[in-house]
Design a protein around this ligand. Structure first.
Ligand code: SF4
Ligand code: SF4
Length: 712
């Protein structure tokens, strides 16, 4: 950096009590020592936390750093704030070498950052003149936004604590001051050199240093000298103050976000085990399950608390927060961060044995989550919530703290393998319907009958009268497509998906063990299910299950292969004018990224009119059904399903298509609650396909096919 060097190096302060070099050196050593000390204290809770093996797949992790940290991938989801952040982030990256250079020339006037001594030096300096200008302007805009426009997502409702506006404004102001000091340092140097006719160069045209240089160009040499030294001092003080202040608040994410993104969860749809360092077979030796006190969190969870930028995106997208439940994910993090700062102080002893539930979190807050994943999907820093919530639930369950309304279904799951307490032998009763006899009976894979494919039905679709229609439609479709399939019948138990996310790990493991055995005995090579919760469990929670597909994936690939064709809706006078919209179930969409298949199936039905809701695909709004929510009534101002039905109406739809029995229950109910019967209806994708598909394989043909296969 050629132009940084000159007669105006602040090291030339000679008439102070302490020589400039010694003063600046001492200041910098003190600043760095202070920062190292604070960060080492912030590391204490991480070092004492539970294990979390996040050191695998380094290349994939690096890729995520490039995408989500360097590439700021998620920021543009909020166009204005995201763009602002990208400018600030890029500005900071560019300015890093310049900031260090400015600090170092205070003690070593001829210092030039490696790589910047050649032709690239002046280019870099011009570029960073603009970077400082852009960051300064972004700070001004951010302050105006905070003070004048006050985006709702930054607000802190009294139930969650105090507003953080003052802290945010202070930090924004400090960064703006840093940019002004940096620019003034550069401007005064250029102006001084110009006065002595030592250089005809000036800062980048129209940049902040350029404007400042014009403003001070005609002042005396002594004033320029004072401005130069003053700017240096302000820059150095602001720099080190910011560095040491950041670990006390939201700005700590500047240091930690790279690590929290590197160590972020790679496998969507999964839930962490009870203890990473204890295999499931040895869980009986674990004295305490889940998170009860702060020390029960894993180090990654604590790193998340440090890394949250308090942007409020998670809470704004959280359906529980939207309907007035006592949960907003942002505050799970903020409250934990306040707790860690208070109980692991920078000065003094740490003390963290208080139970979290009742002190910083309420029971209802933790039970209110549907595990929909909207918060995690939205977070630009990949902060995780579901694992923490499940761990907190595990802790409550371990203490016998189960909500009243959930005690009965859990008991029934334990004794009968379904939450309704119905007889095991009735699990396959839906197959006795006459409409199935036309297309062909459904085989029960009981040892005498074998099949290539298992249709895993799960509890709600097996026992709920309305949902049985989904089972029958699925069976008719599979038969129509000529699939050799069967069900487990009485041998099937609940997949345990909700049980696990509710925190009842041992019950889940019992259900998993039973089903895994039954699936193995059936000899099937693949599994199909019409329930995204079962799909997610079989895919991510079960270890030895054959490959599993959701029925929408089967339908899409059959449609693409030309094996699934549809009659035009124009042939159905009564549905010709219907406008359909697809509601993404959380466990099919966000957790497993199946967004296109169901839409492709709908779009291959000739004449079907489909519109998108504003909140769709990875921003879909949960219907309220996940995590045993069918049996739990949290305090809320309105139902999630009602909000969703209104979103469909706003999009101009009068039929909601979904691909999940839980969504069906909630949306059907919500239509009644919202008084929209007759104006809005809901249908499962399988039911719609069953109505419109052209059947090429008849029951008789299938029987012949089987006879041929059996005969060898
Ligand atoms: S998973 Fe869904 S309900 Fe739970 S905190 Fe996140 S957004 Fe809210
Ligand atoms: S968790 Fe993520 S989305 Fe939520 S406030 Fe923090 S940074 Fe923003």
């Amino acid at each position: 950096m050629r132009t940084v060097v000159g007669i105006y190096s602040p090291i030339n302060v000679a008439d102070w009590l302490v020589p400039g070099r010694s003063l600046f050196l001492a200041m910098q050593i003190a600043g760095i020592a202070c920062f190292v000390y604070i960060v080492s204290k912030r590391m204490v809770p991480l070092l004492r936390a539970q294990a979390d093996p996040r050191f695998d797949r380094p290349l994939r992790r690096l890729g995520r750093v490039l995408k989500f940290w360097l590439g700021q991938w998620k920021h543009p989801r909020y166009r204005f704030a995201g763009t602002l952040h990208i400018f600030i982030f890029a500005g900071f990256l560019l300015l890093a070498a310049r900031a260090f250079t400015v600090l170092i020339v205070g003690v070593s006037p001829n210092f030039v950052m490696p790589g910047l001594s050649g032709r690239f030096g002046p280019i870099y300096e011009r570029l960073t003149d603009y970077a400082a200008t852009v960051v300064f302007l972004c700070m001004v805009v951010a302050v105006v936004r905070r003070l004048v426009f006050k985006p709702a997502r930054y607000a802190v409702p009294p139930k969650f604590g105090k507003a953080h506006t003052a802290d945010a404004i202070f930090l924004l102001g400090l960064i703006a001051l840093l940019m002004v000091a940096d620019s003034l340092f550069s401007a005064s140097r250029f102006a001084g050199l110009a006065q002595q006719a030592q250089s005809a160069e000036s800062p980048a045209f129209l940049s902040l240093p350029w404007m400042l240089e014009i403003a001070i160009a005609s002042t005396s040499r002594a004033t320029l000298w004072g401005l130069n030294v003053g700017a240096y001092l302000v820059h150095a003080i602001a720099f080190y103050f910011l560095l040491c202040y950041r670990p006390f608040g939201i700005q700590f994410h500047v240091e930690t976000s790279l690590f929290s993104i590197y160590f972020s969860k790679l496998d969507k749809g999964t839930v962490k085990p009870v203890r990473w360092d204890v295999p499931d077979e040895h869980l009986d030796q674990v004295k305490s399950f889940g998170v009860k006190t702060f020390g029960d969190f894993t180090w990654k969870h604590i790193l998340d608390f440090y890394s949250c930028a308090d942007c409020g995106r998670c809470a704004e997208n959280c359906p529980s927060n939207a309907v007035g439940r006592p949960l907003a994910p942002r505050f799970l993090t903020i409250k934990a961060r306040d707790y860690v700062f208070q109980h692991y102080p920078v000065f003094g002893k740490s003390n963290s044995s208080k139970p979290l539930i009742g002190n910083i979190y309420s029971e209802d807050e933790i039970w209110s989550c549907t595990t929909c994943g909207a918060c995690e999907e939205e977070c630009p820093l990949l902060v995780e919530y579901i694992d923490k919530i499940v761990d907190l639930r595990r802790g409550m369950i371990d203490d016998g703290n189960v909500p009243q309304s959930l005690q009965k279904p859990l008991k029934a799951l334990e004794s009968r393998g379904n939450p309704y307490g119905k007889m095991e032998k009735k699990r396959g009763d839906w197959t006795k319907s006459p409409e199935l006899q036309q297309t062909g009976p459904v085989k029960v894979l009981d040892g005498k009958n074998g099949a290539d494919t298992l249709y895993f039905v799960d509890s709600i679709t097996s026992y709920d009268d309305r949902m049985q229609a989904i089972a029958r439609a699925t069976a008719r479709i599979l038969t129509g497509l000529g699939k050799n399939f069967g069900i487990l019948g009485a041998a099937e138990k609940d997949s345990g998906h909700e049980v696990r996310r509710f925190g009842e790990e041992m019950l889940f493991q019992g259900l998993r063990e039973h089903n895994t055995e039954a699936i193995k005995e059936s000899g099937v090579r693949r599994i199909v299910t019409s329930d995204p919760h079962a799909y997610n469990a079989l895919k991510h929670d079960y270890r030895d299950a054959p490959p599993v597909e959701h029925i929408s994936q089967v339908l899409a690939s059959e449609a693409r292969a030309g094996n699934l064709r549809f009659n035009s809706v124009d042939n159905w006078l009564e549905i010709k004018d219907r406008v359909y919209t697809y509601h993404d179930p959380c466990y099919l969409g966000r957790h497993n990224e199946v967004y296109d298949d169901p839409r492709d199936v709908l779009d291959s039905i000739p004449g079907l009119k489909r519109v998108e809701m504003q909140r769709s695909r990875d921003r879909s709004f949960c219907c309220g059904g996940g995590g045993l929510m069918l049996f739990y009534e949290p305090q809320e101002e309105q139902r999630m399903g009602v909000v969703r039905v209104r979103m469909a109406a706003e999009a101009g739809a009068n039929v909601i298509v979904t691909a999940c029995p839980f969504c069906m229950v909630n949306i059907e109910d919500a239509i009644k609650v919202a008084g929209m019967e007759g104006k809005m209806s809901v249908i499962d994708l399988t039911e719609l396909v069953d109505q419109h598909m052209v059947r090429t394989v008849t029951h008789e043909k299938e029987e012949k096919l089987e006879a041929t296969t059996d005969g060898g």
